[in-house]
Ligand binder design. Structure first.
Ligand code: GTP
Length: 219
């Protein structure tokens, strides 16, 4: 969104794609799951009173728009990218097929997984953990607006404590709302570490991966 209230701010999309591009160029295999809040917020007034499944379907469509926009920004930087959607939309992008996604990764393409898991009631975070597990990722990086995981909302509480390391159980027991409980439980059962970091500072993604930048680690 950049500084807008909703929608796509191309400069911001390009900036984030540039960061992903640098990580890719330094040799990492990257898969991306993008949410749809920036677009969905614009229609959220209409979502009041909607059935949850209907609202979630609209959200999934929003993630496809974001994925295509992000692919466009990556390709402007010469990064080979494939969008694969969990909801079939064959004239716009490929369907998500795990074995095909693995092949794209082997061929050094960035894979953008669109439309969440393709099911209502499951969040983008849950879809991200699911894809990370299916595609054999070593780590899941959750980009946020704040430095990491806090014990309370840092935008509401100035004295919120920032965690460096915490367990899945800590997140569940303390009801920390960094991700929904379904996502955390899936990560816990399969032991995939989650790095929560800020995407607001330029170059921070690379720093997090090299160990120089701050992130909260859930493991
Ligand atoms: P390899 O065969 O592994 O080299 O993969 P590839 O993705 O380069 O080959 P493919 O011929 O499958 O795809 C060529 C282009 O068509 C790529 O940009 C794909 O993203 C796109 N593409 C493939 N399948 C579909 C589809 O079902 N729908 C849409 N819209 N595009 C597709």
């Amino acid at each position: 969104m950049g500084r807008q209230n909703f929608g796509l701010d191309v400069k911001t999309v390009d900036r984030i794609a540039g960061e992903v591009g640098r990580v890719y160029t330094s040799g990492y295999a990257v898969c991306i799951v993008i949410g749809g809040g920036n677009i969905f917020r614009g229609v959220s007034a209409a979502a009041h009173g909607m059935h949850r499944a209907t609202a979630d379907n609209i959200g999934m469509l929003a993630t496809i728009m974001n994925s295509i926009a992000f692919q466009n920004s990556l390709e402007k930087n010469g990064i080979p990218t494939r969008v694969m959607s969990a909801v079939a939309m064959p004239s716009i992008c490929e369907p998500y097929i795990r074995r095909k996604a693995l092949r794209h990764i082997e061929k050094k393409r960035v894979v953008i997984c669109a439309a969440g898991s393709g099911n209502p009631y499951f969040t983008t975070d849950t879809a991200a953990i699911l894809r990370a597990l299916e595609l054999g990722c070593d780590v899941l990086l959750k980009a946020t607006k704040v430095a990491g995981v806090y014990d309370s909302d840092p935008e509401q509480n100035q004295n919120a404590t920032l965690f460096r390391n915490l367990s899945y159980r800590d997140v569940l027991d303390k009801n920390i709302r960094v991700m929904d409980q379904t996502a955390i439980t899936l990560a816990q059962e399969n032991n995939i570490p989650i790095f929560v970091f800020s995407l607001m500072e330029e170059g921070h993604l690379e720093k997090v991966l090299s160990g120089e930048g701050f992130c909260s680690i859930i493991s």
